[in-house]
Design a protein around this ligand. Structure first.
Ligand code: 5AD
Ligand code: SF4
Length: 445
């Protein structure tokens, strides 16, 4: 039988990457096979992101550019999944009537039934109901070969930061059972994955009757064959010492924490409903560095939140200088209709936001480089992930602290963790030389 072909494009965060893998599994179960050629697909799904206006624009443009395929093949199924589906279903139906299927993040279980029906009748199918319970405990993802497996452990967010659309698009927090996460970790290891990244909008809000996030993390660390574990993102408010204690006890849990700051000004943090002050954040970072010396910390920062004054922005710059994050993801505030902050007075003009973003990026680039230069002459353990894009004589891999490192090839293989002496740092990247056992002994004595 000639199997129908699907093509999926994924936008936005790692949760979406994971969800696309779940969706692929559903499609394969329905009798479809994957194609990398959009032109030859019988079904095209875009798994979308609504976090900032730009992400939405990208998807709108992409959909517009797909209209010709639908004209050419009226039987083609085009679907919009994920956060934009949830958020913009009415606009999509009005402007892009050729979109056949609109599914929110809690509706993927229905894919086989929806596609089968869609082949019989021609109405649009929309399901964006959010569920208090859907956690896809029993639907495993279809993963391609690789080094790192993303595993979602909880869904949704109850924090309601005033700038953020996620609590509306992804609904309430729910946690997967420890048992089901561990089963998936074991599957991933059997399939050859050596690094596990646990995912959730708020991983440390993870709660089950069998234990909290630190308990889950410890159990994952004990699964044989897991060389490295990372997780993203925790919320500073829910960070407890148990978690740091578990991290400090297991070598395979990376010494790396992504800790979103968002702003360095107390008045803005309050308006953002972040529920911590800059002083509390500083204390938390000190505690992290106390438990895990040399722990790498990255962050997210938003500039140009409504009402952010020059002094507020200066507070953010000062915090960045004080904390010296290893790296940072920096964004201009983007107003999201439906969120509280979108209703605030004093929305800032684009040029101020742009100017602040540029200042922040310049500062953080120098801090990142400074942190990386400090690593020169140290020994870092690199998990080899792939050939370097620049040259096939070099490997590309990450340090325990999540910094990309380029290493000259010897006789190593992908998925090996090797000791590397760092010899140079440029921008966000480190450069190093693999050490033999003898050299390692010499370097570490
Ligand atoms: N505008 C800009 N950045 C945002 N983020 C979330 N919502 C917005 C918004 N409306 C950023 C936050 C969050 C990251 C995933 O995206 O910094 O931590
Ligand atoms: Fe959005 Fe805040 Fe929830 Fe993160 S914690 S997903 S920024 S509402």
């Amino acid at each position: 039988m000639n199997r129908k072909k699907y093509y999926i494009e994924t936008y936005g965060c790692q949760m979406n990457v994971y969800d696309s893998e779940l969706v692929e599994n559903q499609l394969i179960k329905t009798g479809y096979k994957q194609t990398n050629s959009i032109e030859s697909a019988d079904l095209i799904f875009l798994n979308t992101c609504a976090i900032r206006e730009k992400a939405e624009e990208t998807v709108h443009n992409r959909l517009t550019s797909l209209a010709y395929l639908k004209k050419r093949n009226p039987n083609l199924i085009i679907g919009v999944l994920g956060c934009m589906a949830q958020n913009l279903k009415d606009d999509l139906l009005k402007d892009k009537p050729y979109v056949d299927v609109i599914l929110g993040p809690d509706s993927y279980r229905r894919i086989p039934e929806i596609i089968t029906n869609r082949n019989k009748e021609l109405n649009n199918i929309v399901d964006t109901k959010l569920s208090k319970y859907e956690i896809y405990n029993d639907l495993f993802p279809s993963r391609k070969e690789g080094v790192n497996a993303w595993i979602s452990i909880m869904r949704g967010c109850d924090k309601f930061c005033t700038f953020c659309i996620v609590p509306f698009t992804r609904g309430r927090e729910r946690s997967r059972s420890i048992e089901s996460v561990i089963e998936e970790v074991k599957h991933a290891v059997e399939d050859g994955f050596v690094e596990i990244t646990l995912l959730g909008q708020n991983v440390n809000s993870y709660r089950t009757s069998d234990g909290s996030f630190s308990c889950l993390l410890e159990k994952v660390a004990q699964v044989e064959g897991v060389k490295r574990i990372r997780y993203t993102s925790p919320h500073p408010q829910d960070f407890d010492e148990n978690l740091l204690e578990v991290m400090s006890r297991y070598d395979n849990i990376c010494n790396y924490i992504h800790l979103p700051l968002q702003s360095g000004s107390n008045s803005i943090l309050k308006k953002m409903n972040r529920t911590y002050s800059k002083e509390e954040f500083i204390d938390l970072v000190a505690k992290i560095r106390d438990y895990i010396p040399g722990c790498s910390i990255s962050t997210d920062v938003i500039v140009g939140f409504p009402g952010e004054t020059d002094a507020d922005f200066q507070d953010t710059l000062d915090m960045m200088k004080k904390i010296k994050f290893n790296f940072a993801y920096m964004f201009k505030y983007s107003s999201r209709p439906g969120t509280k902050a979108a209703e605030y007075d004093n929305q800032l003009p684009e040029d101020i936001k742009q100017n602040r973003l540029e200042q922040l990026i310049e500062l953080q680039s120098s801090i990142t480089l400074e942190n990386n230069i400090e690593k020169i002459n140290s020994v870092q353990y690199i998990l080899i992930e792939k050939e370097s894009k620049k040259s096939n004589n070099y490997w590309s891999g990450r340090t325990d602290g999540n910094t990309w490192t380029i290493v000259k090839k010897n006789k190593e293989n992908v998925k090996e963790v090797i000791p590397v002496k760092i010899i140079d740092a440029k921008g966000v990247t480190l450069f190093g030389e693999a050490l033999t056992k003898k050299e390692l002994l010499y370097e570490t004595n």
